[in-house]
Design a protein around this ligand. Structure first.
Ligand code: COA
Ligand code: AMP
Length: 637
């Protein structure tokens, strides 16, 4: 008898029993009596009256259980040539001391703390210290510009900001203090204090209300864990939506802990004591769930890697780490493997290392494109598992589940829905799509534990973005289909979100920045296929009559503007000045048509188009600028 269908059915038909059972995986201070309730938007809430503390469950509990001397973190930083092993006991001591420092600065349960740090152990310490106090952290990825950091500081209104003096990007030292100073100058909210971890690569001068990490910690009294309710927020993580304003995804505490603990076994097939290496960043959801919280909740060791897949120093870094730390499961983004494949197509670096400890390789962040899947599958003796998830869900929605029952893999598919996720594909009329028919991928309520509980400070946006399109269902924003065997294929976003090198970005936000330039009359930003990064943004711009700077200067100014306001991570490097854009007669820019043109796909001209000749103009401009695969576009129908 197959195990997966049985377990999946139970999770869907009897969600409360299923998750009550899974809740036994974590240590409670007060076990929950209520397993699930619905909020006023008919969205599930889990374990509302249970009490726990996530730091306790991940650190104190394991030290009490005799794991104190086991490695909690293997920090490997080729960019600073440092390697450090931090045991569970040492990590607990560091977290308790830093939590004491935060407490000294007035941080209490429910206060927000913004963390702007690179991949250093202090980032993990700061996150757990917040969890210890019941404070809500909001980690901001280092590749965002001051303007983006300011928007998050304004929205989260933190009592304290925690930062490092710099991040190291390959061979570049990126000083963080000027970024923080500018963000604080831009934000109307002023935190009470800013704590800075000074790194050897970059010193800082401390101003009023700024504290040196080491001094603060040396004077602090270690803090105890503060019990929190199951539904109390653990963190807010901002992610790109369809508008210029990022959405603060709110994650609860107990539901998240239970979901992560479950996934460590069911999806990642890991046992306590195993080593999990997730090559991502603490600034993304993948980093929160599977660098910081998941592995330690489950008694595993986590690898914290401050480096890139290539050039720090070579394309063998991942394999080196797997050998060195005896990694059992490894997880990264497809783009990282495309970068390795580009530099080392014959995998000569792989041959130098013994990676026999590895049992499974996981990828997510974007669809694992079949060529990269086949490259990895031919190369490695372990299953290559594409799994699909989002910042909002906090853990995978669809995956192969070797911890339950390994299933044959199909290139291009994220396999099957994970227990707890009632995934359906709906067509435009809101009816269930037939097998192989593409539609909107949705999740029927109740969603399992671990998923978002709201948008920070904006309940209406939660409803409008996720719940309004199909009542009773959560809209994922992805399009896709099930095949005849029930395998799920996620084919891409149906909104303005794009995925650049595994980083989620909003073309709507870029349009706001580009459109804000005084010489721009109108613009569209689209995501165009890129062999390495998956997608890249391209701006198409109509200048105002009489603009004086000339095409080249305007293009350069717009590129600089997006880099300054959103950050280098946007990879916004291509702008084309055009006379016209294809629009409907009601004035709506035909973005899908533009995307198809740039991707070399067949372009159907809609009957509602205002002026069909505008398509040829734009196509010509794209070919001149060598945009994507525009020169492969077949003649339009
Ligand atoms: N701090 C400051 N700047 C950063 C940054 C950070 N944390 N991360 C990226 N940047 C900068 C880069 O230096 C680069 O700047 P440049 O325009 O001056 O060169 C720019 O942002 C774009 O970065 P990126 O898209 O990462 O390009 P890259 O060429 O440096 O690296 C990859 C390409 C594919 C190797 C890299 O993007 C990667 O490893 N991606 C995987 C992402 C991931 O793990 N996602 C999580 C999902 S699992
Ligand atoms: P993020 O919130 O940054 O994790 O990005 C989530 C989005 O990335 C999803 O909505 C998908 O569009 C895309 N994505 C992530 N993982 C996959 C995957 N395995 N297959 C297809 N798309 C994916």
């Amino acid at each position: 008898m197959r195990r997966y269908p049985q377990i999946y059915q139970q999770s869907i038909e009897q969600p409360e029993q299923f998750w009550a059972e899974q809740a036994k995986r974590i240590p409670w201070m007060m076990p929950p009596k209520t397993i699930m309730t619905y909020d006023d938007q008919q969205h599930a809430r889990w374990f509302a009256d249970g009490e726990m503390n996530l730091c306790h469950a991940a650190l104190d509990y394991h030290v009490d259980q005799g794991r104190g001397e086991q490695a909690a973190i293997f920090w490997d930083s080729p960019v600073t040539q440092t390697q450090q092993t931090i045991t569970y006991r040492q990590l607990l001591e560091r977290v308790a001391a830093f939590a004491g420092g935060l407490q000294q600065l007035g941080v209490e349960k429910g206060d927000r703390v913004v963390i702007y740090m690179p991949m250093i152990p202090e980032a993990v310490v700061a996150m757990y210290a917040c969890a210890r106090l019941g404070a809500i952290h909001s980690v901001v990825f280092g590749g965002f510009a001051p303007h983006e950091l300011a928007a998050r500081i304004e929205d989260a209104a933190p009592k304290v900001v925690v930062a490092a003096s710099c991040g190291i990007e390959g061979s570049k030292v990126v000083a963080y203090k000027p970024i923080i100073d500018e963000a604080l100058a831009l934000s109307p909210h002023r935190p009470d204090a800013c704590i800075i971890k000074v790194r050897a690569e970059c010193d800082v001068e401390f101003n009023e209300r700024e504290y040196d990490w080491e001094t603060l910690v040396s004077q602090a009294t270690p803090a105890e864990c503060v019990p929190v309710k199951g539904t109390d927020p653990l963190y807010v993580l901002y992610t790109s939506g369809t508008t210029g304003k990022p959405k603060g995804i709110v994650r609860d505490t107990a539901g998240y802990a239970v979901a992560l603990a479950y996934s460590m076994e069911a999806i990642y097939a890991l046992a306590p004591g195993d080593v999990f290496f997730t090559a991502s960043d603490v600034g993304w959801v993948v980093g929160h769930s599977y660098i910081v919280y998941g592995p330690l909740l489950h008694g595993c060791s986590t690898v914290l890697y401050e480096g890139k897949p290539v050039k720090t120093p070579d394309a063998g870094s991942f394999w080196r780490l797997i050998e060195k730390y005896n990694v059992t499961s490894f997880f990264s983004a497809p783009t990282a493997f495309r970068a390795i494949k580009k530099e080392d197509p014959d995998a000569q670096w792989l041959a130098k290392y013994d990676i026999s400890s590895l049992k499974h390789l996981y990828v997510a962040g974007e669809r694992l494109d079949p060529p990269t899947y086949h490259w990895l599958d031919d190369l490695l003796d372990v299953p290559v598992i594409d799994h699909w998830w989002q910042t909002e869900t906090g853990w995978p929605i669809a995956a192969n589940l070797p911890g339950i029952e390994p299933m044959p893999t199909k290139a291009g598919s994220a396999t099957v829905p994970v227990p707890g996720f009632n995934v359906q594909v709906l067509n435009r009329d809101g009816e269930q799509a037939a097998p192989m028919e593409q539609g909107s991928v949705v999740i029927k309520q109740p969603m399992p534990p671990g998923c978002l509980t709201g948008v920070w400070g904006d309940p209406k946006r939660f409803h409008s973005a996720y719940m309004a399109a199909f009542p009773g269902y959560y809209l994922t924003g992805d399009g896709g289909f099930f095949d005849e065997q029930g395998y799920l294929f996620i084919m891409g976003r149906t909104d303005d979100v794009i995925n650049v090198a595994g980083h989620r970005l909003s073309t709507g936000e870029m349009e706001e920045v580009v459109g804000g330039h005084p010489s721009v009359a109108e613009c569209a930003v689209i995501g165009v296929h890129d062999d390495l990064k998956g997608q890249l943004p391209v701006g198409l711009v109509i200048p105002k009559d009489g603009y004086t700077e000339g095409e080249e200067a305007l293009e350069a100014a717009l590129i600089a503007r997006v880099r300054e306001q959103i950050g280098p991570v946007a990879c916004f490097k291509q702008v084309i000045v055009v006379d016209r854009l294809p629009k409907t007669r009601s004035g709506k820019i035909l973005r899908k048509l533009l995307r198809n043109l740039a991707d070399g796909q067949e372009v159907g001209i809609p009957s509602t188009i205002d002026d069909p000749t505008s398509v040829d103009d734009v196509h010509r401009a794209m070919c001149d600028h060598r945009i994507g695969r525009a020169n492969e576009t077949p003649p339009h129908a």
